[in-house]
Design a protein around this ligand. Structure first.
Ligand code: ATP
Ligand code: MG
Length: 559
């Protein structure tokens, strides 16, 4: 008998889960509280999905809760539009927050904390210019220096800070700094700025404030105000942890703790909101939800399922070191999910006419077809007639070796219908095939016994008399290189010029006239598609969600 490791049976824990289990086991906390803290300055991207799945996932797994906190301390870049889109995206991903909170709602409390630090002699008002502050800060190998403002009295600091709040000074004239240690080995501990003056309208607090807390003086404090137990952020905040802990300790407030994990980077993708905003503003894409963007609203519009994104986030795990995740993994998760859910339909993207010479011109036959491999997807009726549209690439005048599709004299099965033999074809003056003539075998209707007939290929089709014209948008990767930011020059130089191909005159089966936005479709042999929001009653527009197979993997193998 082989020895069994009891841990084999249990999926292993990630390092944050290990910490949480230990904290709960030791009774450090009765229950856990996490938070997702987006800054409302852009739309959420797939990297945020990782943070959402992690924070909400932990809340769910350990019977705790997760807050949604808008980290809105920067009045200039934030907009209500972003707040709404962020909420939509989290709901779409399938998560529910315990409370919807705003750092701006803590402005009074944070101001009180600042006064508390001043009273303890742990903060001072500095009149230096930002250049002087930088110059006095030293370098990682050289200590910084104290300036003359550092020794201001508590009374003077209190007076000046009150005046800062009252709007007596212009932007940049003064800042409030923590008084820690100008020679600290951690540069962030060299008297970090806590408050700055900014005469700007805030999307929620309006004109009430003209001083705003810096990230470091808002984030940890907000965690603490909410009693967040495990505050999870990305690796670049490791150096901030010391300050996070210092402030909580000096303020003697709830001891939240910060833990860092590696942010998600994905090949062929840029993820920073600032860069995404550039793509939008400079017209490289049509908007934040352009299906080529890595935003959640774009993935949604393109037909991604929330389940596929959650599975992806689960599969990549929680790492402590930065790496690049292959975009193909996300597409793999998507295909797995769509394969279960998508309704199979027929659409011809590059149509050529097929005429069945021995089929009655006036006749429309109704054929029943399954909507998918799973019976629960149901059945539908297909109209079949003398004239059909088939895919131009499914016919070869002079067939190559191992060609199993249509060619003069060859036989194929028309999906869910009959076996046909190609008899002849017609070309126009330009040499383009315009009509393919064939005969069908009436006894070969799908489902009947055709054991005597040997047919290798099956092709899809749409009845010409019933077809509906549609616009189909085929998307490809937005960048041609794996790491657009790793290239020399501007990341926009590696934008894929062929990331969108629009087909205006595809033909689709009539059932798609009633296509629903929430449905996913597999255009048989062509890929997964969904209805785009640009669709109208008069014009159907479909997006290709993903191809059936990974075309890039093939491309890489070839080279
Ligand atoms: P960006 O740099 O893309 O603008 P950000 O970090 O400034 O993102 P925030 O709104 O501050 O965006 O992020 C909210 C939360 O999402 C933070 O906790 C942040 O750590 C997390 N997050 C952002 N980007 C990623 C990513 N690529 N992978 C994992 N988590 C991320
Ligand atoms: Mg940020």
């Amino acid at each position: 008998m082989s020895e069994e490791n009891p841990r084999d049976a249990v999926p292993s824990l990630n390092f944050i889960e290990e910490i949480i289990e230990e904290d709960l086991h030791k009774g450090k906390y009765k229950t856990i509280l996490t938070r997702f803290p987006p800054e409302p300055n852009g739309y959420l991207h797939i990297g945020h999905a990782k943070a959402i799945c992690l924070n909400f996932g932990l809340g769910l797994k350990y019977g705790g809760k997760t807050n949604l906190r808008f980290d809105d301390t920067n009045p200039v870049t934030e907009e209500t539009e972003y707040v709404d889109s962020i909420k939509d995206d989290i709901r779409w991903l399938g998560f529910t927050w315990a409370e919807e909170l705003y750092t701006s709602d803590y402005f009074d409390t944070l101001y009180g904390y600042a006064v508390n630090l001043i009273n303890k002699g742990l903060a001072y008002v500095d009149d230096s210019t930002s250049e002087d502050i930088a110059a006095m800060k030293g370098t990682p190998t050289e200590p910084g220096r104290d300036n003359q403002y550092r020794s201001r009295s508590v009374e003077e600091n209190l007076r000046l800070f009150t005046e800062m709040k009252a709007g007596k000074f212009k932007d940049g004239e003064k800042v409030l700094r923590a008084k820690i240690d100008m020679a600290h080995t951690n540069m962030l501990m060299r008297d970090p700025i806590l408050y700055r003056i900014k005469h700007a309208h805030h999307h929620r607090s309006g004109d009430k404030w003209c001083i705003y807390p810096m990230y470091d003086f808002a984030h940890g404090q907000s965690d603490s105000i909410e009693n967040i137990t495990h505050s999870i952020c990305t690796l670049e905040f490791i150096p901030h942890r010391e300050l996070y802990d210092w402030l909580i300790e000096k303020l003697e407030i709830f001891p939240s703790h910060q833990y860092e994990f590696a942010r998600l980077n994905m090949t062929y993708t840029v993820m920073s909101k600032r860069k995404l905003l550039q793509l939008v503003n400079e017209g490289h894409v049509t908007g934040w939800d352009d299906p080529r963007m890595p935003t959640l609203s774009a993935f949604r519009r393109k037909g991604y399922t929330p389940e596929s994104i959650r599975t992806f986030c689960d599969k990549i795990g929680v790492a402590k070191r930065e790496n690049f995740i292959d975009l193909s993994l996300l597409e793999f998760c998507l295909r797995e999910d769509l394969n279960q859910k998508a309704l199979r339909v027929m659409a011809v993207l590059d149509p050529v006419k097929l005429i069945i010479d021995n089929f009655d011109a006036g006749l429309t036959e109704e054929l029943v077809s399954e909507n998918g491999p799973d019976e629960s997807l149901g059945k539908r009726t297909l109209q079949f007639g003398k004239e059909l549209w088939i895919e131009r690439e499914d016919f070869m005048e002079e067939p190559a070796k191992k060609w199993f599709r249509l060619a003069p004299g060859s036989m194929v099965r028309l999906k869910s219908a009959y076996i046909i033999t190609c008899e002849s074809f017609v070309k126009n003056e330009a040499g383009q095939v315009t009509e393919i003539h064939c005969t069908y075998i009436p006894e070969s209707r799908s489902g009947s016994d055709t054991s005597g007939i040997h047919v290798k290929g099956t092709i899809h089709w749409v009845s010409a008399a019933h077809a509906v014209t549609a616009e189909v948008r085929l998307y490809d990767r937005l960048f041609t290189v794996e790491n657009p930011l790793g290239e020399e020059g501007d990341f926009k130089d590696s934008i894929n010029p062929n990331s969108l191909q629009i087909i205006n005159d595809a033909v689709v089966e009539p059932s798609l006239k009633h296509a629903l936005a929430e449905n996913r479709y597999q255009f048989i042999r062509k890929g997964y598609f969904c209805l785009d929001k640009d669709s109208t009653a008069d014009k159907l527009v479909f997006n290709r969600t993903v191809t059936l197979k990974d075309a890039w993997a093939k491309e890489v193998k070839k080279n």
